[in-house]
Design a protein around this ligand. Structure first.
Ligand code: SF4
Ligand code: SF4
Length: 439
C-alpha cells in the first residue's frame, strides 16, 4: 500500500533541462531513463495506457535517484520522489520477489540477524581485514557476486564492539553537549574504524557521544526498491530509539537523508507523522555539526601538507543541500592542502543497487569521476558516505590510481597526526591498501 502524499508527475513541462544534468542520460541517451521521459511514462501508467509493462519496470529502475534533475528543474519537479512513488505502486501491484522477501524482510529488517550473518562472513579468511593473512584475489572472488565491483572487506570487530555506549569528551575538554550517533550499516560493518574516528572527533570537540543500542538499518535501500511497508517498520524502530535524544549526528549521507525523510514516510498517520517529523528535525550531518560547534584548531604540522580532494555524495549535496561544510572541515586541517576536483558534485555512479544491476552505465559514470580525481593531483579523496567510498575504492582499484579513499571523519580525527599518516593509520580498507592486499 502506498501511504505517501501523491506527487503529481504532470507538473513536468517537458523542457528537457534535466537531460543536461542526468548522469544516466549523459551516458546512455535513452529518453525513458531521464526524468522527462520517465515522468511521461509514469503518467501513462497511472492512466492505464502503458504499452509495455516490463519496459516500464526497466525505466523506473534505470535511475540513480541522485536528485540532480530536481536541482536543475525550473519547475522543481521532485522527479526522484515521483519515481520512488511509482516503484511503491508497482511493488504493491506485483508483490515482493523471493529475493526481496529474503533480503528486505528476512535480513535488513533485523539488525541482530544481519550482524550475525556478517559476523559469520567475517570469519572466512580474507573477508575481514584484521583477520590474518588474506587469501590472494579474495576481492576478485567476492566481486563475482557484485557484478565485478570489488567489495571492501568486513571490519573486525564491528563498530559497536569498538566503541563504548557512551564516549565522553577527554578530561579537560569543556563539555558542550550530548548527541546520539547514528552509524548505519556501512560504518557498523565495513568502515568501523572510520565510524570510531567520527565518534572520537566529536568527543574531541567537547561532545558526549551516545551510540544507542538497538538502532538498525535506516531503510533507504528497502524504501527505494518500493517496499514502503518494510521500510516504515524499520524506521519506526529507529524513531522510537532516537526520540529520546535532542540531536542525532550521522556521518553517512544516505542515512542522514533517510532520517530527514522519515516524517514524509508516515503522512497517513498523524501521531506517527509528528513523532517521525520530530526525529527528522534533529538530524545533522557530521560535517555540519562540527562546523556549527566551531571546528577545533589542529596543531601546526611541520611536514608539507598532503593534497586532498573531496567528492560530494548526492545524498548530501542534492538531497540535503550540504556542500560547504565538508569543505570547511578540510580547510580547517593544517595537514591538508585542499584541491577542488572538476565536477566534484557529479554522481560517482553507485546509486545503491544501481551500481550492480546496471554495471555498464555505472562504470561509465565512475570513469568520469576517476578522470577528475586523477586530474586533481590529489593523494587522498575524502567523502561523506560509505556507499561513495565503496564505489570510489572500486574505481581507484580498477583504474590503478595511487589515491586513498577516506571519510572526512578519518582526517578530522587524525588532524593531530597529519593527513597522510591518518589515511594509512586509520583506513585499512582504503584503496591502496585494498589493492595491495588483493594483489
Ligand atoms: S527539467 Fe523538470 S520540468 Fe523540465 S523536463 Fe525535466 S523534470 Fe520536466
Ligand atoms: S535522479 Fe539522477 S539519475 Fe535519476 S533521472 Fe534524476 S538526474 Fe537522472
Amino acid at each position: 500500500m502506498n501511504t505517501f502524499p501523491t506527487i503529481d508527475a504532470s507538473r513536468c513541462m517537458k523542457c528537457g533541462f534535466c537531460m543536461s544534468a542526468c548522469p544516466v542520460y549523459q551516458v546512455d541517451h535513452v529518453e525513458s531513463h531521464v526524468a522527462r521521459g520517465r515522468n511521461l511514462l509514469i503518467r501513462m501508467a497511472e492512466a492505464g495506457t502503458l504499452p509495455d509493462a516490463e519496459a516500464y519496470g526497466e525505466c523506473l529502475d534505470n535511475c540513480l535517484l541522485c536528485g540532480r534533475c530536481q536541482a536543475v528543474c525550473p519547475a522543481k519537479v521532485p522527479s526522484p520522489a515521483i519515481n520512488v512513488q511509482a516503484r511503491h505502486r508497482r511493488l504493491a501491484e506485483r508483490g515482493r520477489s523471493f529475493w526481496q522477501q529474503v533480503l528486505f524482510r528476512g535480513i535488513l529488517k533485523h539488525r541482530s540477524r544481519m550482524a550475525h550473518l556478517m559476523g559469520l562472513a567475517a570469519r572466512i579468511p580474507g573477508v575481514s581485514h584484521t583477520n590474518g593473512r588474506p587469501l590472494r584475489h579474495m576481492a576478485d572472488a567476492l566481486s563475482l557476486f557484485s557484478g565485478g565491483m570489488s567489495v571492501p572487506r568486513l571490519s573486525k570487530p564491528f563498530l559497536s564492539a569498538r566503541i563504548d555506549p557512551v564516549t565522553p569528551p577527554p578530561s579537560g575538554t569543556p563539555r558542550k553537549g550530548r548527541v546520539a550517533f547514528f552509524a548505519g550499516c556501512g560504518f557498523e560493518f565495513f568502515f568501523a574504524q572510520a565510524g570510531a574516528d567520527m565518534v572520537h572527533a566529536l568527543a574531541m570537540a567537547g561532545i558526549e557521544v551516545i551510540t544507542p543500542d538497538g538502532l538498525g538499518c535506516c531503510g533507504m535501500a528497502v524504501h527505494n526498491a518500493g517496499d514502503g511497508q518494510t521500510a516504515r517498520a524499520m524506521a519506526r524502530s529507529n524513531i522510537d530509539i532516537l526520540s529520546a535524544y535532542d540531536c542525532v549526528v550521522t556521518g553517512c549521507a544516505t542515512c542522514g537523508s533517510t532520517l530527514k525523510q522519515y516524517g514524509q514516510w508516515f503522512a497517513d498517520n498523524a501521531l506517527m507523522h509528528r513523532k517521525a517529523q520530530a526525529v527528522s528535525a534533529k538530524v545533522v550531518d557530521f560535517s555540519e555539526f562540527l562546523v556549527q560547534q566551531g571546528l577545533p584548531a589542529t596543531p601546526h604540522d611541520a611536514s608539507s601538507p598532503i593534497k586532498v580532494t573531496y567528492h560530494d555524495p548526492c545524498h548530501l549535496k542534492w538531497h540535503q543541500g550540504i556542500g560547504e561544510f565538508p569543505r570547511k572541515v578540510l580547510h580547517s586541517l593544517s595537514s591538508v592542502e585542499f584541491v577542488e576536483m572538476e565536477s566534484a558534485d557529479a554522481c560517482c555512479g553507485l546509486g545503491g543497487t544501481f551500481g550492480v544491476k546496471h554495471r555498464e552505465t555505472s562504470l561509465a559514470i565512475q570513469a568520469k569521476k576517476m578522470a577528475a580525481i586523477q586530474k586533481s593531483g590529489a593523494r587522498i579523496v575524502a567523502t561523506a558516505c560509505p556507499g561513495c567510498m565503496i564505489q570510489l575504492m572500486d574505481g581507484a582499484r580498477r583504474f590503478g590510481l595511487d589515491v586513498e579513499v577516506v571519510h572526512l571523519g578519518q582526517l578530522m580525527a587524525a588532524g593531530t597526526a597529519g593527513a597522510e599518516s591518518a589515511a594509512h593509520r586509520h583506513c585499512p580498507a582504503a584503496v591502496g591498501h585494498n589493492h595491495r592486499q588483493a594483489a
